[in-house]
Design a protein around this ligand. Structure first.
Ligand SMILES: [Zn+2]
Length: 74
């Protein structure tokens, strides 16, 4: 059975549950797309479009620095 990852949208904080092997997803609420990076047991989500990054400006970058450090066994 595939493992699931719990994530939150960086823009609207909608909670997601996605399968471990998925590398890209779109938020069902705000429509923003994200790609997922996995490294050393940590999952990072980043907006796909640079336009989206501009829309959320400083708040985004603060969030991005922190990323989403999830304790998931990958
Ligand atoms: Zn969203």
């Amino acid at each position: 059975m595939p493992e699931k990852i719990h994530l939150s949208c960086l823009f609207c904080d909608t909670k997601f549950e996605i399968y471990n092997e998925i590398n890209q997803f779109a938020c069902s609420k705000c429509g923003n797309e994200f790609y997922i990076e996995k490294s050393g047991g940590v999952v990072y989500i980043n907006p796909v479009n640079d336009i989206n990054k501009q829309q959320i400006d400083k708040q985004y970058y603060q969030i991005k620095k922190v990323f989403l450090h999830l304790n998931i066994k990958i």
